[in-house]
Write a new protein. Sequence first.
Length: 440
Amino acid sequence: MRLSRYFLPTMKDTPAEAQIVSHRLMLRAGMVRQASAGIYSWLPMGFRVLQKIEQIVREEQDRMGGQEMLMPTIQSADLWRQSGRYDAYGPEMLRITDRHEREMLYGPTNEELITNIFQAEARSYRDLPKQLYHIQWKFRDEVRPRFGVMRGREFLMKDAYSFDLNYDGAKESYNKYFVCYLRTFARLGLKAIPMEADTGPIGGNLSHEFIILADTGESAVWCHKDFEDADAANLTVNYDDSKAVQSVVDHFTSLYARTDEKHDQAMFESQVPADKRIERRGIEVGHIFYFGTKYSDPFGAVVAAPDGGEVPVHMGSYGIGVSRLVGAIIEASHDDAGIIWPECVAPYKVGLVNLRVNDDTCVVACDQAYAKLQDAGVEVLYDDRDVRPGAKFADMDLIGLPWQLVIGPRGLEKGVVELKSRATGEKQEMSLESALAKLS
Ligand code: ATP
Ligand code: MG
Ligand code: MG
Ligand code: MG
């Protein structure tokens, strides 16, 4: 993409309404614009990142055995009356009446709808287990939408639902998601710590929130310092081997890690040595939850059991805040000059900077580099605008592409271009051929 044609409204100044760095940088880097409180339009640059995150989330769900589907954003109030949540959900639910005076709502989550779909089709234990998911916009009328896309009212969530014959089966599904989440967040370049979370009236210990430590996070969390060194990046496990999956879960749950509702100070102090205690704030990027027959009971989602008779299916639900992750990744990866995208979610891999657009040699070299990168399938944003080099460098640092390939007349005289890594700031002079080889 040529920057001269791209819709990238960057801003030099800090927008007054943005309180945290990710929100400021998303506005300044032309990624999003607010449509109304907590509701955002995603401009081309922001949308590319959102889609890349979505794709990584999708690949890891599929790898685990999840099946993607798509449920609507608008749901019927009757479904929610059936579970008893229509009144219980309160003012966070956006309620809508259609022209026939039917009560509808903009879905804040999908347990009711998926259980309703499942109960109509499932017959026998042979139909189990199943893991279904979708990636769809949700609406929650948050009291205080803030921090940009981190706490929006309309936001993109991956929500998955598991169906099993009994508790043991449901726990195996839960464990798979646990490992799947570790892999997903590690692939996104994030250190997400699984923390024991409240299960509400259902009880048990099968609820974890995946938390990224950050001062701007809205949850208070306590955990063992060794989580900082735990690495899930190279975690490979055969999801069909339930013992292997369980042992990964055991490993990642062996140390203290709890969110505020579950925190027990005395237990924390007895289990974690003083120099290993982390007491901080964190961002909830994912949440997994086993809730038994809470929805299958009221919806009559039963199957024939192997020994005859009918049993309600055991369910769990599993969310990832896809749009929140865009902000969370920026919170974890930026500097004073702007965003530093991990390569896996970067909107483009390379920013090609032409330092002198009215110099023929320079233009020829840049056009050639642009064509070669595109031929090699490298995503490249080509700054061919007629503006000062200083402004180009500032914009490149702000939008945070992993590599900057800088081509100017002085270098070309010596037969070199400059390749800069955004993350390390390291600059190297080399021939255009070597630079292209390095980037392809
Ligand atoms: P929070 O505690 O932040 O309000 P939640 O516990 O209400 O989140 P869940 O119902 O567990 O959220 O939803 C699953 C995931 O969706 C969360 O882990 C989070 O990443 C994301 N999410 C929830 N609310 C929002 C929101 N208002 N804006 C953006 N993402 C959200
Ligand atoms: Mg909430
Ligand atoms: Mg929460
Ligand atoms: Mg939650």
